[in-house]
Design a protein. Sequence first.
Length: 140
Amino acid sequence: MHETETPTVRGLTIKQPWAWAIATGEKNIENRTWKVPEKYIGATLLVHAGLRPARDAFLDERILSLPAMPPLLAAGKVLAVARLAGCHREKDGCCAPWGDADAFHWQLEDIRPLPEPLEYTGALSLWAPSPALLQKVQVR
């Protein structure tokens, strides 16, 4: 890969239970306050569960309407692989029920949960996974 090429795999740390909802394939929109850089549209995204949960989300009707959540959600682990298909600003209630108002909607497609979550330290923003993690996930 040349230095000017954009990496095709990035990780995104997401608080639980939202990461779980994505890994199950139920949630296909990730809400962010910032627009994903255009160069990452089409990239493979590793869905990483952060260490700290979004406590208020456990009472969110969208989460409560999903099939039973496991008693213990993974934290600090990569749960799934997805394709970052697009990103747009919320408009007129688009992307219901997962798209929040006043947010950028990151569209996720081809979501595939990993057979076993992989422990890994995430980071803010889009982060570059190590070659060892990519090998474990079998993504190039």
